[in-house]
Design a protein around this ligand. Structure first.
Ligand SMILES: [Ca+2]
Ligand SMILES: [Ca+2]
Length: 225
């Protein structure tokens, strides 16, 4: 029998605390014959913004690249990699007939534009392989959702704004971000480095140019989310 967990509606940290609480007192569920425990989402890099959270979203909680985005989701139990469509990647829409909530809250699913690999059994790496894709647009909000189609994983909904150039993770792209990227030491960086704006694995003058061209505030979160 499949159990559907609640949709994530609090921060990743609170979810982690709640998950630990469930583990401590999960005797009843665990004793249900034939019940298969589902892996629960615990946290992510970058930190996600929860449903209903409009302000004060976490430091480094933006997607900062112009392309080749990398997101890691951390679970409390082993997982298998989803197929496109089992995990949904969609834009957040607003402005329905009555303004809020929107009549069509989500855009088209673009999960087929990403690759999914499992690291160490419990971490899902989501990677956009195309060096030219603009599937995730600057200054827009996106959601990653499991609505029951990813086997073995509890439902969740997590949200991220794209703020290209936000190296320091404060949601704005400013001269401070330029300063972080424009340093003398150029070269190879890790795959989730926030100074690598085009995701090619290196800090170069191209990254500096991208930050220069993307100065500005974060996008407003569409109402109803
Ligand atoms: Ca910033
Ligand atoms: Ca780069």
């Amino acid at each position: 029998m499949r159990r559907h967990a609640r949709t994530a509606s609090v921060s990743g940290t609170i979810v982690a605390i709640f998950v630990m609480g469930l583990a401590a007192g999960a005797g009843e569920d665990d004793q249900v014959a034939g019940d298969q425990a589902l892996a629960e989402l615990v946290s992510s890099i970058p930190p996600f913004t929860a449903v209903g959270q409009y302000a004060g979203f976490p430091v480094n909680g933006t997607l900062w690249r112009s392309r080749r985005h990398v997101i890691r989701l951390f679970f409390d139990a082993p997982i298998t990699a989803p197929q496109p469509g089992q995990l949904l990647v969609q834009s957040l829409l607003g402005g329905g007939l009555w303004g809020c909530p929107p009549s069509q809250p989500y855009g088209a699913d673009v999960s087929a534009s990403f690759e999914y690999t499992v690291e160490g059994e419990t971490v899902l790496r989501i990677y956009e392989p195309s060096p030219t894709s603009t599937v995730l647009a600057d200054r827009h909000w996106y959601v990653i959702r499991n609505v029951g189609d990813w086997p073995g994983v509890a439902d969740f909904e997590i949200q991220f704004p794209v703020v290209v150039g936000d190296a320091d993770g404060n949601r704005f792209t400013t001269p401070s971000d330029v300063g972080m990227v424009n340093v003398l030491v150029l070269g190879r960086v890790h795959d989730q480095s926030r100074v690598d704006m085009d995701g090619d694995g290196f800090r170069t003058s191209t990254d500096v140019s991208i930050v220069h061209a993307s100065q500005g505030p974060p996008p407003t979160k569409p109402c109803g989310h």
